[in-house]
Design a protein around this ligand. Structure first.
Ligand code: DC
Length: 231
C-alpha cells in the first residue's frame, strides 16, 4: 500500500531508551491517532525465529518468516498495550534485553527490512499515526507531517533501563547496561541498511535532562504550532 497522503503521520525516531515509546503513546492518545511500535515488529521476528528454529544468520529464512508473521497488537481498557505472536501474549518476553539484541541483529538485513516495510506502512490509517522506531521519518514515512528525533545520553538511557529492571525485581548491573546500550547504538547506527539517524527536517530533542512530562509538553507545543490536532 502506498503511503496515504490524507493520513497525518508523526514519526519519532531515536536510539533505544530515549523515551520514544512512552512519548509516542501519550501523543497518539491525545490526538486519537493509531500507534506503531516498529521495534516490536523486529522483536517479534526475533522471538519467532527462536520458536521456528530459523538461524539469525539466515537472511532468506528470516525474510520468509517476516512475510508470514502472525501478530496482533491490542490496546487494553487501562491503556495497557498487549502484543500477540501466533495467538500467544508475548508482551513481557518482547521487552527483554535478549529479544532487543536479537532484533537489533536481524534488523541489519536489507531483505528483512523490506519484508517488514509494507506491514509498517499499513498502520497509516485515518485519522493519523504516531510511528516510533529508527527509520520512520527517513525510510518508512518520508512524507510525514512532523518528524522528531528523540535522543538522550548513553548514561541516562542505561540509568533509566536500570531503574525499570530493578523495579521488576531483576538482578542487573549498571556498567553492563551502559555497555549494552553503547553496543546496540553502535550496531543500529553503523549498519548499511537504514541506519539510525535523524531524518531530514526532523526536530531533534535531547531528553537527558527532561522529564516525560516536559518532553510531552514540548512535542504537544510543536504540534499546536504546526496545527496538528485531535481529529
Ligand atoms: O525500539 P526497540 O528497542 O524495540 O528496537 C529493537 C531493535 O530493532 C533496535 O535495536 C533496532 C531494530 N529496529 C530497527 O532497526 N528499525 C526500527 N524502525 C525499529 C527497531
Amino acid at each position: 500500500m502506498a503511503e496515504d497522503s490524507k493520513v497525518v503521520v508523526i514519526t519519532v525516531d531515536g536510539p533505544s531508551g530515549a523515551g520514544k515509546g512512552t512519548i509516542s503513546r501519550i501523543v497518539a492518545k491525545k490526538l486519537g491517532f493509531h500507534y506503531l511500535d516498529s521495534g516490536a515488529l523486529y522483536r517479534l521476528l526475533g522471538l519467532s525465529s527462536v520458536r521456528h528454529h530459523v538461524s539469525i544468520d539466515s537472511e532468506k529464512g528470516l525474510m520468509a518468516l517476516a512475510e508470514h508473521l502472525d501478530i496482533r497488537f491490542q490496546t487494553e481498557k487501562e491503556g495497557d498495550f498487549k502484543v500477540y505472536l501466533e495467538g500467544e501474549d508475548v508482551s513481557r518476553e518482547l521487552r527483554t534485553e535478549e529479544t532487543g539484541l536479537l532484533a537489533s541483529k536481524l534488523a541489519q538485513y536489507p531483505g528483512v527490512r523490506s519484508a517488514l516495510l509494507k506491514r509498517q506502512r499499513m498502520f497509516a490509517r485515518t485519522p493519523g499515526l504516531v510511528a516510533d522506531g529508527r527509520d520512520m521519518g527517513s525510510v518508512i514515512f518520508p512524507a510525514a507531517e512532523l518528524k522528531i528525533y528523540l535522543t538522550a545520553s548513553v548514561e541516562e538511557r542505561a540509568a533509566r533501563r536500570y531503574k525499570e529492571l530493578l523495579e521488576k525485581g531483576e538482578d542487573v548491573s549498571l556498567p553492563a547496561l551502559v555497555e549494552q546500550v553503547r553496543s546496540r547504538d553502535e550496531r543500529d547506527m553503523s549498519r548499511d541498511a537504514s541506519p539510525l539517524r535523524a531524518a531530514e527536517g526532523a526536530i531533534e530533542l535531547d531528553s537527558s535532562a527532561m522529564s516525560i512530562q516536559e518532553v510531552t509538553d514540548t512535542v504537544l507545543n510543536i504540534l499546536s504550532v504546526k496545527g496538528i490536532k485531535k481529529q
